[in-house]
Structure formats: structure tokens, C-alpha cells
Ligand binder design. Sequence first.
Ligand code: ADP
Ligand code: NI
Length: 213
Amino acid sequence: MEQVDISKLYLLVEDFFKNDTTGHDWWHVIRVTKLALQIGQKEGANLGMVEPAALVHDCDDWKLSAGEGYPNTIHILSNAGYRQKQIDEIIEIVKQVSFKGAGVDTTPSCIEAMVVQDADRIDAIGAIGIARAFAYGGSKNRPMYLPEVKPQLHQSFNEYKSSKSHTINHFYEKLLLLKDRLNTPTAQRIAKERHDFMVNYLEQFFNEWNFEQ
Ligand code: ADP
Ligand code: NI
């Protein structure tokens, strides 16, 4: 019987993201996996499930392939030696990870999904979260800030897509909300410093924007 080879899974996922054009990247996956392992260990989760789930969590983006199954995830996991039953369990975890808009409740049902979701959310805040937001906004040709467009909360991704937006708004509709959407106490502790950093960053941003001598 074929054996699971976790180092092969790392290589397969790295290879997959090398050619990615959707704004996700391998370093995000690595950071999330490391964070998920640290949080998972403190929270007593099954790391044998947390690690592969974190590695594949962005291989089938729900925004791109929602409802279409998980073709890339299945392909990669079976190449790394995972059996159908394990693949189904890992996909169950991955399904529960995404943030689907401020109005959508996405609380996971198992500790492994909670841990991977927390790790993914922590990588969206703090200094790295700020960098990712502006990189993403730039890739979509969004202006960094439009003072005439007041911060607004979008209740769904579709509503968001059709709106005129800017990257600073993304802080108000998602990034600043994440600290209160974390599942585990370990993640809440890690998030505090990163959240406070974003709040200070925004204050400084607006001070500079409205600079008067
Ligand atoms: P992930 O599941 O890895 O968080 P997303 O596709 O939701 O993936 O987002 C990728 C990154 O881009 C995240 O850091 C997220 O905060 C950022 N991002 C997503 N949508 C926007 C947006 N409209 N403006 C700025 N940044 C965004
Ligand atoms: Ni992610």
C-alpha cells in the first residue's frame, strides 16, 4: 500500500503555486502551515490532519472554483500517497476555512479546521497582512485609498465585487474584524499584537494623508 509522504506533499504544493496567477503564493502557504502546526500543538489538534490541510488550503480557491469540487487538492493529495478516506477528511477541513464575507458565519465544526482557519486569518493581519492587502489591491488595479468612498461593510463577496472600492476599505470590511473571528485562545493571543499594529498603521496612514504643518 502506498504510504503518505509529507515531504512529497510540500514539494507538490510548492510546484503548484509556482505557476499560480491568482494572487496566492507558496510563502503564504508555508507561513500558514507553520502557524497552524504551532497553534494546533497548543490546542491539542491532530497535526497529521492539520499539516496537509494547511498545505492544500488554497489549492482550490472557493472564489474561483466554488461548487466545482476540489480537483487540484484531490490530485495533489493522491500523488502524495493519501487514500480516499483521508482526502475526504482533509477536504472537509479545507472547506471550512474560508472567510466568506462579514455577514457569513463560518465557524468550523472540528478543532483541526479551527486551527487552520485561525492560521490563515492570522496571516491576513499585521505587517504581512498589510503587505498582502496592498499587493492584492494593486494586482486588481484598485487604488490604495479613495477618501470619497467611505469605509463600508460588504455582506457578501458578490456585493463586494460590484462595488467601487479601495484597499484601505479592505481593512474595515475584513482585516480589522478577524481578531474577533478567531476560534482558539492561542490564535487570539498571537493576533493581538498584529491587530494593534494595523490600528496604529491606519492612524499613521490617515495622519500622513491629512498632513498639515
Ligand atoms: P486567503 O484565504 O489566503 O486569506 P484570500 O483570497 O481571501 O486568501 O486573500 C488573499 C490575500 O489578499 C489576503 O491577505 C486578503 O486579505 C487579501 N485580499 C483579499 N481581498 C482583498 C481586497 N479586496 N483588497 C485587498 N486585499 C484583499
Ligand atoms: Ni490562505
